[in-house]
Each structure stands twice: as structure tokens, then as C-alpha cells.
Design a protein around this ligand. Structure first.
Ligand code: RM4
Ligand code: MN
Length: 385
């Protein structure tokens, strides 16, 4: 049990700055009270999530949504709040120039512009001290014949190589894949295999990030996780839940069993070891629920799945597996999943001087009432979509 607690104490879950802003679907973005007006206020909200969970010490930024004049000052502000800047997320999907693609665009001028943005993101890493750049490309085509699928791969490789070469000591990039949307016929980085192949070619500073919402229904995500970890190419997760497409709902809400299966492969593959460098990030939007408690709940869901994964009796499992005891092995696995780990986590929090239940502790804190009263006027942060 001491080992399990130590592993849980060492786990860090990164929250995304965009989760604190207003969001919605392409039909409607619903404004909520108290929503941050700038990156400084987003960091303040993220610090609340860390204050009550104790395991969310970093915040991912998204550029240009979190553009500021002085990134060193923003990093200082984060430190004062007790958090740090995590991954820098690039955004080459919201400019008119990118209608036909960003780094894979047939127009060299647009490709240059997109790659320059990615390089700018590395400058921001230098200024904030962040070690991770996250790359997601909305690039792809809607119609057969619209552009040359193979040439687009060449352009992608060329841009990635420029970014790779710009990475400094201790910096890396994570390449994200997504099946479809906004491109509907052929996406340029649609799956882990494509991302993996590009990363392998580039070298150790390029790794794959698994966004749990970016697969076809029925995909065995834990298999992908096991495979990438084995190859040293699992850079991290963008956690969220999906019922249909890229729903970005709270992780563990749609399928807590899947989250457990993923976390088991992480534990099995040594991915919880901080040395493994696996970043546990959330990539979510809270369209209809309050945002800070939505993040707290999500962090708790990942923590619960991790605790259950750590509870799997690996010795008994290995014994049953080697004996070919199908039902026995499955029972060992399910025993861990069916364990109520909430008392264990409450105890862990109390040992670290935290309230046993982060949700009620936050609700009682009065923070929401305070920001709702203070944050009037100005432009609430949102997706800018
Ligand atoms: C994309 C992808 C990226 C995220 C954006 C907001 O679908 O998941 O990680 O930065 O959405
Ligand atoms: Mn993502």
C-alpha cells in the first residue's frame, strides 16, 4: 500500500488553460459567470484545481489563445499561484489562410507561415521554461483528388523536421493524431501509426500523444498505449471522454472502465515513473457544467483509475496468465477495477493536509462567488472559433 500511495503522490495531471474559458459546440457557446478574461485569470482558476486535488501543478497553454506580451511574467505569475506552465499547444487551425491546410498546404507561403508559428511556440517554451510542444494539425482534404495525399506527407515531414531541429536541450514535441474533423475524407495525421512513423524518423525528441477522443468507436486504445510505451514513443495523453466523435467531455465520464484499462497499461509499461516522461494532460471543454469543478472531477477520475490500476495484483495476474487460466486472470483484473478506491484517496489527501473531498471543499470555499462578483466587464476567454 505504501508503494501505491507513493506512486499516486508522484502522479501529475496537467489541466488545459482552455478548459477555464467559455466553450460550446458549433451551434452555441454558452457564457458562464466568472469566466477568466485573460491567461492570468485562467492560471488563477487552474491553481484552484491544484489547491484542492494536490496533483495538478501544471497548466497547458494554447497559442494564440494565451498570447501575452511577457511570457516570463506569466510564468512568474503561475509560480506565485503555486503552479507552473506545462505544454505549449500550437494552433494552426483558426486562420483563413489554413482553409486548405497549414503545414501541408499546397501553397508554400502558407506552409511557411504555419511552420513559423510552430517555431514561435518553441520561443515561448524558452521564455516560460516549458519542455513540451504539442502539435495537432487539422490538415486534410474533403474530396478525393482534392490534393495529393503523398505530397502532403512530404510537406508535413519537411515542416516537422524544421521544428525538430529548433528544439533545445530538454525540449520535445508531441505529435497528436485524430481520425477526422475538420477534414472529412483524408486527414494528414489520422492515426497513431502515421504519427509514430514521423516521430521515429525524427528521433527521440519527437513522441506521440494519445488524445482519448480521437479514435474510431471500438478502437482498443490501451493496445496503442502498450505499444507506444514499449517503443519509448508515448509522450503523453490528452484525456477526455467521447460518446460519439471528439466530444471533449470529462475524462472517465463516458467509460471509466476504458480509462482503467488504459491506466493499467501505463502502470504495466512503467509509464507512471516520472523518468518515463509521460505527460498526463486533460484536453476538455466544459460547455454546460461549471469549469473549475469540472476539472477537479476530471483530475479525480484519472486518479481513481490510476489507483485501481495500481491495485491489480500483478503477481496473481502473471500466475494466472502463465497457467492459461483465462477466467482467473480476468477475475484478478476485475477485482481491482471493482474496488472502491475513494476511501484510499481520501486518506491520501488527508495525509497531505488536503480536504478528503475536493469537490465539496471547493464548493464551500466561496471562490466561485468571488470570481463571479469580481470578473465583470471585459471579454471572457473562449475558443475564438
Ligand atoms: C484538437 C486537439 C488539440 C486541441 C484542440 C483544441 O481537437 O485535440 O489537442 O488543442 O482540439
Ligand atoms: Mn487533444
Amino acid at each position: 500500500m505504501t508503494d501505491i500511495k507513493a506512486a499516486l503522490r508522484a502522479q501529475h495531471i496537467e489541466t488545459p488553460s482552455w478548459a477555464y474559458g467559455n466553450s460550446g459546440t458549433r451551434f452555441k457557446v454558452f457564457a458562464q459567470k466568472g469566466v477568466p478574461r485573460d491567461p492570468y485569470e485562467k492560471l488563477a482558476d487552474a491553481a484552484q484545481v491544484h489547491a484542492y486535488t494536490g496533483i495538478a501543478p501544471t497548466v497547458a497553454l494554447h497559442i494564440p489563445w494565451d498570447k501575452v506580451d511577457d511570457y516570463a511574467d506569466l510564468a512568474r505569475h503561475a509560480r506565485e499561484l503555486g503552479v507552473g506552465i506545462g505544454a505549449i499547444n500550437s494552433n494552426v487551425f483558426q486562420d483563413d489562410d489554413y482553409m486548405l491546410g497549414s503545414v501541408t498546404n499546397p501553397d508554400a507561403r502558407v506552409r511557411r507561415k504555419a511552420t513559423d508559428h510552430l517555431l514561435e511556440c518553441v520561443d515561448i517554451m524558452d521564455a516560460t521554461g516549458s519542455d513540451t510542444l504539442k502539435l495537432w494539425f487539422s490538415d486534410g482534404i474533403n474530396y478525393p483528388g482534392q490534393d495529393d495525399i503523398r505530397a502532403r506527407q512530404d510537406r508535413l515531414a519537411e515542416s516537422l523536421a524544421q521544428v525538430y531541429d529548433r528544439l533545445g536541450e530538454g525540449q520535445r514535441f508531441l505529435l497528436e493524431y485524430k481520425l477526422f474533423e475538420p477534414a472529412f475524407y483524408a486527414t494528414d495525421v489520422p492515426d497513431w501509426g502515421t504519427a509514430y512513423a514521423h516521430c521515429v524518423k525524427l528521433g527521440p525528441k519527437a513522441q506521440v500523444v494519445v488524445d482519448t477522443g480521437h479514435h474510431a468507436p471500438g478502437t482498443n486504445i490501451e493496445f496503442i498505449v502498450a505499444f507506444l510505451l514499449r517503443e519509448g514513443k508515448l509522450g503523453g495523453f490528452d484525456f477526455n471522454s467521447r460518446f460519439y466523435a471528439d466530444d471533449d467531455l470529462m475524462v472517465g465520464a463516458a467509460d471509466p472502465f476504458q480509462l482503467f484499462r488504459i491506466m493499467f497499461e501505463v502502470v504495466r509499461g512503467g509509464g507512471l515513473d516520472p523518468e518515463a516522461g509521460v505527460a498526463f494532460m486533460l484536453d476538455q471543454c466544459h460547455n454546460i457544467e461549471p469549469k473549475i469543478p469540472g476539472q477537479i472531477r476530471s483530475v479525480m477520475n484519472v486518479q481513481e483509475a490510476t489507483a485501481k490500476a495500481l491495485l491489480v495484483d500483478r503477481e496473481a495476474l502473471a500466475a494466472a496468465q502463465s497457467e492459461g487460466d483465462v477466467l482467473g486472470a480476468n477475475a484478478v483484473f476485475m477485482d481491482a477495477y471493482n474496488t472502491d478506491v475513494r476511501p484510499l484517496l481520501a486518506e491520501l489527501r488527508e495525509e497531505s493536509g488536503l480536504a478528503p473531498d475536493p469537490m465539496t471543499a471547493y464548493a464551500k470555499s466561496g471562490y466561485f462567488e468571488k470570481i463571479a462578483a469580481e470578473r465583470v466587464g471585459g471579454n471572457q476567454a473562449g475558443w475564438g472559433a
